[in-house]
Design a protein around this ligand. Structure first.
Ligand code: 5GP
Ligand code: MN
Length: 346
């Protein structure tokens, strides 16, 4: 765990000295990316400064209730405004990602910008493209890290209702409401403070986790019933969905969120993958238990990345080509899969 005191001083000075501050999160932003960005912006504006925000593409519906999301520029749909913001920025703060490619089409502009750059993140193996890299893999979420950084800069607990809500959204998203991920005593103490300060946990839970359509629930049933493959000997299970499957259930972005996690509730399973066919490529979500490194498998097999127990990637080809590539690669991980499964049973 890095010493945050050093960073809070540096970050505070950079924020105070900058005229045009820009925050940017990763493509397909989750609740942590948006939570961290909104939380940090909230503190910056409390200091009398402005901070603009960019997301490389559109936000999912489950985040649209959050305060100030209408201030986030969707770079994909509003490239002109996004380009202007990047070009005029003298400080760019990147949250919740560790490689520049996660900025999508905004990547070349941001990397070419002469602005000072700060990266705030909790993914392993951060790239060193920023002037200041505040990376702490021991945090449940970037939002938790932002909570500590902001309180360090504030010099006391920053008690602001939008700030505490945004931090809470990030923490519950990245831990699946404390079901998985890297939450620690620090996370729970943070949550304790957030509750003391009055965060509306029911409201946030309902917005983030209870917003599904009937079609989405049916798609989940179909996936588990008709598209699930289990390899007990390799402690692995996966779901594969074609474009036609998605169309049949009127799929909208975010509908398959959480499907991979369900497979890990099966006895003896330590690796789960969800393959979703898109046009010309397949997007995959990997989840694992214990020592099995989904990040490494994703890097090797799909040129992807992520955390040890939650990773993702994408690969060109049809769903059948990509699944067969996975099936061919999987046995080379059999020792690691077996070890993780044995550890699980203690
Ligand atoms: P999810 O399965 O929820 O989309 O992503 C799980 C984790 O993997 C997240 O921490 C995310 O940052 C990472 N991830 C997802 N897709 C990709 C990808 O295409 N490339 C890389 N490097 N990481 C990804
Ligand atoms: Mn995160």
């Amino acid at each position: 765990m890095p010493e945050l005191g050093k960073y809070t001083k540096e970050l505070k000075k950079l924020i105070e000295d900058s005229g045009h501050i820009l925050l940017i999160c990763h493509i397909n932003p989750d609740g942590d990316a948006i939570g961290a960005m909104l939380a940090l912006r909230r503190w910056i504006i409390s200091r009398g400064k402005e901070a603009r925000m960019i997301s490389p593409n559109a936000l999912q519906k489950f985040l649209l209730w959050m305060n100030d999301v209408d201030q986030i520029v969707d770079f994909h749909h509003n490239t002109g405004e996004g380009t202007r913001l990047i070009n005029e920025a003298d400080l760019i703060i990147m949250v919740d990602f560790n490689t520049t490619s996660r900025m999508g089409k905004a990547e070349p502009l941001v990397t070419a910008s002469a602005a000072k750059k700060v990266m705030i993140d909790h993914h392993p193996d951060p790239a060193t493209f920023a002037d200041i890299v505040i990376s702490d893999v021991s945090r449940s979420s970037t939002s938790e890290l932002v909570y500590f950084l902001v309180n360090g800069m504030e010099g006391s607990e920053f008690n602001d209702s939008e700030f505490i809500t945004a931090v809470y959204v990030g923490i519950i998203t990245d831990t699946g409401n404390f079901e998985h991920g890297y939450y620690t005593g620090d996370t729970m103490r943070t949550v304790g403070h957030l509750l003391d300060m009055g965060v509306d946990k029911e409201k946030v839970y309902n917005h983030v986790f209870c917003n599904f359509s009937p079609d989405r629930i049916r798609l989940k049933g179909f996936s588990l019933h008709s598209r699930m493959v289990v390899h007990p000997e390799l402690h692995t299970a996966y779901i594969w969905l074609t474009r036609e499957d998605l169309e049949k259930f009127n799929h909208v972005k975010g509908d398959t969120e959480g499907f991979a996690n369900v497979l890990l509730t099966m006895n003896g399973i330590v690796l789960s993958v969800l393959f979703v066919e898109r046009s010309g490529f397949v997007k995959m979500s990997l989840r694992s238990k214990g020592s099995f490194n989904a990040n490494e498998l994703s890097r090797k097999c799909f040129n992807g990345g992520g955390h040890r127990n939650a990773a993702g990637g994408e690969m060109k080809g049809t769903i059948h080509e990509v699944v067969s590539h996975f099936e061919n690669t999987l046995p080379s991980f059999s020792r690691e899969l077996k070890e993780a499964a044995e550890e699980m049973l203690g």
